[in-house]
Design a protein around this ligand. Structure first.
Ligand code: HSE
Length: 437
């Protein structure tokens, strides 16, 4: 699509491996991905087995070789921790390279220093992957919600603890077993204390608050309580009372402080009972969700996988593409930013609706006679429609209601079966036919 963009990767662990595998398989992704060359990758151990095929020329044990390489335009920092990450980011910036990082610890503590250095060098530092894994939340706060006065940002922003709490609540699994599982799945930090003690969530809420409220946040002033001393029985009691327990991070504008020159904010991270009908209550497993409340938008929630190789790599690559898009646009006078312009890059067509497979929900009015459920089931079975569940409700002299939920079937299969069923004498009608996820 345009000139090549050299990418240098610092770290080839869970997230780095995910990024490399996207860059090395550009087919069917945005065409700008094909313009990205993974030129240098710094790893700790050259002999370790890798998730992707890289040549000896691409690999180095020296991270300085990546940030100093003239063919690298964008440095991706996914080694985590404060040092050497901070120094490498600053070095890359001073070498005129843009930086993409997933490192919430370094951004929460040194974000101002890094942003000032980037502004002075005229390069970008993008951090979409630092909060919420694969969920786009940084760009929306920076751009899409810019017309709002933000009052509150709250959410579940640590996947590991949400995974642990969910499994404890639903399966009664022991804490130690779940944390080992979270580490195996690539959700947990190298030191899981950052997750379970709430420190990772505190880093992330400090970053979100800085963007939402437009001011630097003193990370060390965020009251933080994790889940390591949470008792299973409290989760159980909360559940009987109609609540789930979530590790919630909150940043809100305080309106009761009178007139002040500085914006009063409250930030905190703590285990919190959430009513089961609250939008955050249904956020389970490794998923994260961030609820933004602003004027005039009201409430908007961002939801999705909050940790893991694929989701975090998705956010990292989005940032690389943003830098590539801006660069392509500025290189060619009069050309639009290819990401903002969203040109078509392939031909599309709509398929015959009869070939579309999905689950179906159907409710029939029937007579309450022996064998009716069996006959409905056989009719579906004869047309290869597999049933997920079939339940009879409300049977009396007036008849019965039978609800069927199918597995995925084509619309054609379903229509054939329904035509046959509706012609059966004991079926007085089809009361509802809905799609089902
Ligand atoms: N350990 C983090 C989490 C990874 O569990 O959410 C993503 O930042």
């Amino acid at each position: 699509m345009g000139s090549r963009i050299g990418v240098g990767l610092l770290g080839l662990g869970t997230v780095g491996g995910g990024v490399a595998s996207i860059l090395l398989s550009p087919d069917e992704r945005h065409p700008l991905v094909a313009d990205l060359d993974l030129v240098r990758v710094a790893v700790r151990d050259l002999d370790r087995p890798r998730p992707v095929d890289l040549s000896a020329d691409q690999l180095t044990k020296d991270p300085e070789a990546v940030v100093n390489d003239p063919s690298v335009d964008v440095v991706v920092e996914v080694i985590g921790g404060i040092e050497p990450a901070r120094s490498l980011i600053l070095k890359a910036i001073s070498n005129g390279k843009s930086v993409v990082t997933a490192n919430k610890a370094v951004i929460a503590r040194h974000g101002r220093e890094i942003a000032d250095a980037a502004a002075a060098a005229g390069v970008y530092v993008l951090i979409e992957a630092a909060v919420g894994g694969g969920i786009p939340i940084i760009e929306p706060l920076k751009q899409s919600l810019g017309g709002n006065r933000i009052n509150r940002v709250s959410g579940i922003i640590n996947g590991t603890t949400n995974y642990i709490l969910t499994r404890m609540a639903t399966e009664g699994v022991a804490y130690d077993d779940v944390i080992a599982e979270a580490q195996r799945l690539g959700y947990a930090e190298a030191d899981p204390a950052a997750d379970v003690d709430g420190l990772d969530a505190a880093d992330k809420i400090a970053i979100l608050a800085a963007l939402a409220f437009g001011g630097a946040i003193d990370r060390s002033g965020v009251p933080t309580e994790g889940i390591s001393s949470l008792q299973g029985r409290d989760v159980e009691y909360a559940s009987q009372l109609g609540y789930g327990v979530k590790l919630l991070a909150v940043a809100e504008r305080m309106t009761d402080q009178g007139a002040t020159d500085v914006l009063p904010l409250s930030l905190r991270v703590q285990p919190t009972l959430v009513p089961t009908d609250h939008p955050l209550a249904g956020v389970n497993g490794v998923n994260n969700a961030i609820l933004v409340e602003g004027d005039p938008i009201g409430r908007v929630m961002f939801y999705g996988p909050g940790a893991g190789a694929g989701p975090t790599a998705s956010a990292v690559v989005a940032d690389i593409l943003n830098i590539a898009g801006v660069r392509h646009a500025s290189e060619a006078a009069g050309r639009l930013d290819p990401l903002l312009a969203a040109d078509s890059w392939r031909q599309c067509k709509l398929v015959d609706p009869g070939d579309v497979r999905q689950k179906h929900y159907v409710r029939f009015h029937t007579s309450d006679t022996p064998g009716v459920i069996g006959r409905i089931g056989s009719c579906f079975g004869d047309r290869d429609v597999s049933i997920q569940s079939i339940v009879q409700f409300r049977a009396n002299e007036a008849g019965a209601e039978i609800v069927v939920i199918t597995h995925d079937v084509t619309q054609k299969q379903m229509d054939d079966a329904l035509k046959e069923i509706q012609s059966m004498p004991e079926i007085s009608g089809m009361a509802a036919h809905l799609g089902c996820l």
